[in-house]
Design a protein around this ligand. Structure first.
Ligand code: ADP
Ligand code: MG
Length: 256
């Protein structure tokens, strides 16, 4: 294990896949990310938590440059990304993203949602794209929903489709931004179950979530953000049992 690789529970952690060095981001005059340093190893599972408005979404959106940063370096699998980078589309393709609102195409079936990008962006033939999509819908436990439209699916099923759609692009990294926050409580576990299985498969994952059971189960490290800063980073055992920072303690006191 290299010096930068953190300890890794029960799975192997590889080389560095994401590096943020002294990253600052502003929305106009508003300093939303402050001197962010974060190194993520291939296969690592990171959970990011923190109060609303602390910059969690902005941080993960900077990784695929849905938001651009103004200072510092972001390196994704060896490529330094920045606004206007030629080839940013190639990088985005390697990074799956799942949002709070499922963002499925309403006029396409589950299967079609899953085959669109592989066919259009990767140029995969329909038969192959469909076979792959069916395999992945199976993997997220909804093969029987393949021909339904989003409106015919529950929130949990829609989120499983959204995860499947990302996986169909064969990403190297999966980003989750509060994927269960919009779900009725009884549907949360069906989405978390799929995320746990994905984590166990070795996917590199950054998950913004307040599902602390999930964090305890799969995270290699938990990150606490507040006011645009990474305040604390620790493996879940110590993060929950012995948080070092007063702000972390206060936050955990509110949500646990
Ligand atoms: P979180 O995901 O932790 O709730 P965000 O990254 O969404 O936080 O937002 C961090 C801060 O940046 C908030 O104060 C939010 O209002 C502000 N913000 C987010 N997006 C924009 C934007 N496009 N323009 C201006 N301010 C924004
Ligand atoms: Mg957010």
């Amino acid at each position: 294990m290299s010096a930068t690789a953190p300890s890794a529970g029960d799975h192997e952690i590889g080389d560095v896949i994401i590096e943020m060095r002294h990253v600052d981001k502003f929305y106009g005059d508003f300093h939303v990310l402050r001197d962010i340093d974060l190194t993520v190893s291939r296969g690592e599972r990171i959970v990011i938590c923190g109060p609303s408005g602390s910059g969690k979404s902005t941080l993960i959106r900077c990784l695929n440059q849905l938001e651009e940063h103004q200072k510092g370096d972001i390196v994704i699998d060896g490529t330094t990304v920045h606004a206007g980078l030629k080839g940013i589309e190639d990088i985005r393709r390697e990074i799956g993203m799942v949002f709070q609102s499922f963002n499925l195409f309403p006029h396409l079936t589950a299967l079609e949602n899953c085959t669109l990008a592989p066919m259009k962006v990767r140029g995969i033939a329909r038969a192959e794209a469909e076979a792959n999509a069916r395999r992945i819908l199976e993997r997220v436990h909804i093969p029987e929903q393949a021909n339904k439209y989003p409106v015919q699916l529950s929130g949990g099923q829609q989120q499983r489709v959204a995860i499947a759609r990302s996986l169909c692009m064969n990403p190297k990294i999966m980003l989750f931004d509060e994927p269960t926050s919009a779900l009725d409580p009884e549907m949360v576990s069906e989405v978390l179950d799929v995320m746990v299985e994905l984590a166990e498969s070795g996917m590199t994952m950054l998950c913004v979530t307040h599902e602390m059971g999930f964090a305890r189960k799969v995270a290699d490290r938990v990150i606490f953000m507040d006011a645009g800063e990474i305040v604390e980073v620790a493996p879940p055992e110590s993060f929950f049992s012995a948080p070092q920072n007063e702000r972390t303690r206060k936050f955990l006191g509110q949500i646990l």
